[in-house]
Design a protein around this ligand. Structure first.
Ligand code: FES
Ligand code: FE
Length: 371
């Protein structure tokens, strides 16, 4: 059965279940484009590190002696052991492989190995850690595994400009200066594309997000109003803040323009980042696709540093979008088994309010076909 000509079809079911499709996505998307890896502030001193799965690789991100962020493939150049097995930690001056004790400095250079002086053939310069391209934006370290990375400006800040219609608009939130108020990690049993599609549409909002639509009433109409350029969804008259009960939030972030007050903006930075902007905080979701039917999502709630320093209770503020996440991810998990059904062999339907998701499908398909 196919959709009627006026309706767009989704991707076919196997796009969401096939290990072969997933492997091509890992190679052509997550290992080829810029990938938002870690909050810069987590690397709080030289030698602090975090390891992050990027596509099929593990990437090690640290700070060198000068405090500059550095990213490397987390693979020892001797016999290929994983250099750091912990998700996060700190070293003093060197990264030491636990297998045969080759040691690398924080710029990735091979600086020591047992008996190195008696191994003149081992060229230290040639056997440093493999560096990974890196940029910082919104207070996050973004990495790219491609030999020749695509334009960061086009992919990341470009997505914000496309959505907000103004290059300065996102900078006014000062996201790189904000402090982490809460982080929740969700282990979602669903394909990453289902999560992106869900985030991009609002057709489901009235059905599954009662708390969100009471703060943002236009979402109840089912149109993804957040995808009209420059449009922010207005808070309900009765909502004092972006909180689970519409109660008072925190003070407006200092850089915001008046037309950004009492409004909600959502940006998708393809392939794996969602940013939500409200007057008193910023929410950043990073997805880590782990399998065709599994995606880990790390969600950060960021507030003005003085709000966090004051010990203010951010629970009611966090709870609103945490509930949205739980509701959305439950919907995605309910959808995933259907992707393997013969009923979905040729996909489903995009109703008119979801047509922009067709653009996402074309984008994915073009990248996979470009293999
Ligand atoms: Fe790392 Fe041998 S594999 S030192
Ligand atoms: Fe939703």
């Amino acid at each position: 059965m196919t959709a009627s000509p006026s309706l767009l079809a989704t991707l076919p079911g196997h796009s969401y279940t096939s290990p072969e499709v997933f492997a091509r996505e890992q190679e052509n998307i997550f290992e080829s484009l810029w990938f938002c890896a870690v909050r810069s502030a987590e690397l709080d001193a030289p030698g602090a590190f975090r390891t992050v799965p990027v596509g099929r690789e593990s990437v090690l991100i640290t700070r060198n002696g000068e405090g500059e962020p550095r990213a490397f493939l987390n693979v020892c150049r001797h016999r290929g052991a994983r250099l750091c097995t912990e998700e996060s930690g700190a070293v003093r001056r060197t990264l030491r492989c636990p297998y045969h004790a080759w040691s690398y400095d924080l710029d990735g250079a091979l600086v020591a190995a047992p008996n190195l002086a008696r191994m003149p053939d081992v060229d230290r310069a040639a056997y440093g850690l493999r560096a990974v391209a890196l940029r910082e934006w919104l207070g996050y370290v973004w990495v790219c595994l491609a030999d020749d990375p695509p334009s960061f400006e086009d992919q990341a800040p470009g997505a914000a400009v496309e959505r907000l219609g103004d290059a300065a608009a996102i900078e006014r939130y000062g996201a790189s200066e904000l402090a982490l108020g809460r982080r929740v990690r969700y282990d979602v049993r669903a394909n990453w594309k289902l999560i992106v599609e869900n985030f991009m549409e609002c057709y489901h909002c009235a059905a599954i997000h009662p708390e969100l639509v009471s703060v943002l009433p236009e979402f109840a109409r089912g149109f993804a109003a957040q995808y009209y350029v420059g449009h922010g969804a207005a808070f309900a008259d009765g909502a004092r803040g972006f909180t689970v009960d519409g109660g008072e939030g925190f003070g407006r972030l200092p850089g915001l323009a008046d037309d950004q007050d009492r409004r909600y903006y959502a940006i998708t930075v393809r392939p794996q980042v969602f940013v939500n902007l409200v007057p008193d905080h910023v929410i950043v979701h990073r997805m880590f696709p782990a399998a065709p039917d599994r995606t880990v999502v790390e969600c950060d709630w960021l507030y003005a540093p003085e709000v966090i320093a004051s010990g203010a209770d951010v629970s009611r503020s966090v709870e609103l979008f945490h509930r949205v996440n739980v509701q959305d991810f439950a919907a995605c998990e309910r959808t995933q088994p259907g992707m393997a059904s013969r009923a979905y062999r040729s996909g489903g339907v995009l109703v008119p309010s979801e047509h922009h998701i067709g653009g996402f499908h074309s984008w994915v398909t073009a990248l996979l076909d470009g293999a």
